[in-house]
Design a protein around this ligand. Sequence first.
Ligand code: COA
Length: 379
Amino acid sequence: MSATTEYPNYSPGLEGVIAGITTISEIDSDRSSLTYRGIDVHQLAEFGSYEETTYLLLFGKLPNRAELDAFNATLSAERAVPSEVYTAIAQLPKTTHPMDMLKVGFAALAPFDPDYAANDRDANLRKAVRMVAKAGVLTANGYRILQGKEPVQPKPGLGTAATFLYCLLGEDPDPYTTKVMDASLTLYAEHGFNASTFACRVTVATLSDLYSGIVTGIGTLKGPLHGGANEEAMKMILEIGTADRAEAWIRDALANKKKIMGFGHREYKKQDSRAMYLTKLAKEIGQHMGNTNFGDIAEILENVMVAEKNIHPNVDFPAAYAYYLLGIPIELYTPIFVTARVAGWSAHAIEQLDNNRLIRPKCIYDGPKEVAFTPIENR
Ligand SMILES: CC(C)(COP(=O)(O)OP(=O)(O)OC[C@H]1O[C@@H](n2cnc3c(N)ncnc32)[C@H](O)[C@@H]1OP(=O)(O)O)[C@@H](O)C(=O)NCCC(=O)NCCS
C-alpha cells in the first residue's frame, strides 16, 4: 500500500492542498491566466511599469499619478546600498554564486534598516519598499564585486529596471532593453503560494522579521526546480547550439527520462500565462537583435514537448533566451527573479502577518519504534 492510499490526507509536495487565503494574485490554470489583485499581468507588462506593479502588490491598488510620483521618489531616495554591505560581499570567494551573494546581501542589509527592530504593518511596508528599491542595485553591484569591479552608485530618477541595468553596465541602458527588463520584472513579481513565497510566509509566521523572510525566499528560489530553472534552460539551449540539432536533442533527452528545464508547472496544466507573453517578447527581441537562432531552437523544443508530453514552457524558458539576447550574464537570471519577486514575497509576508497563525503541518512517523538505547561501547 502506498503512503497516499494508506494516509488519504497526505499529499506529497502538498499538491492540491489549500494552505491559505490570499488577495494578492490568482492563477487560473484553465484559462492560463494570472492576475495581480484582479488585473491581468499581460496588461501590467504591456501598459504598466514594475513600479506600478509593486505599488499594486504592496498597497492593494494601482497608484494615481501623484501616488506614483511620490513612490518613485521614495524608491529613488532608498536605492543606495550601505558600503558595509558591499564590504561584506567583498569577503566572499569570487566563485560565489550570485544567489548566495544575495542571501548575504539581504541578511547584511537588515540591521541597517531604520525600522530594524519593528515588525508592525507600517514598518514592514517601509522595509518592503526599501528592499524593492535596493534589490536590483544589490544584484548588479554584488555581481560586479564578485567580478573584482567597483560598485556603481545608482543614478537618481531611474526606474528599477533601468537602475539594475545602469549599475550592471556602468552606463545608461537603451530604452528597448529597459522596457523588456521592466516587463520581465512585472511578470516575475508575484505568483501565489509557490515554494519560495510559501517558505517566506512560514518564516514570518514565526514572528521573525521581513528580511529573514526574504532571505528564506532567496534560498528556496535558488533550486533548479524553481527559479534556478532559467539559468539551466539557457545552458541547455546553448548546449543544443543550433536549430537543426534541437529535435534530435530533445527526443534523446526525453528518451533518457531527463527533466527539461523551463518546462512544466505544478499549477498550470495548460500554458503558463507569463510564458505566453514572454515568448512573444523573446521572439521580438531576437528579431530586433537580428538573432532568431534561440527563438528557432525554443520553438522546436516547445513543439516536441507539447506533442510528446503535453508539457508547456514555463516563464523561465523564454526569460532565459530573452536575457541572453540582451547580454545579461547567465548567473544573474535567477537573481533578476529575486529583484522582481521581493515585491511579491513582501506582499505575502505582510498579508500573512495581517492574520497570522504559525504554520506547522503534521507528518507521518514511519520509522522504528520502542528501540532500546544502546550504550556507546556496545554499538
Ligand atoms: C515545475 C515542476 C517541478 C512541477 O512539477 P510537479 O508538479 O511536481 O510535476 P512532476 O515533476 O511530478 O511531473 C509530472 C510528470 O510530468 C513530467 N515532467 C514534468 N516536468 C517535466 C519536464 N520539465 N521535463 C520532462 N518531464 C517533465 C514528470 O517527469 C512526470 O512524469 P511521470 O508522471 O511520467 O513521472 C516540474 O515540471 C519540473 O521539474 N520542471 C522543470 C524545472 C522548471 O522548469 N522549474 C520552474 C518552474 S516555474
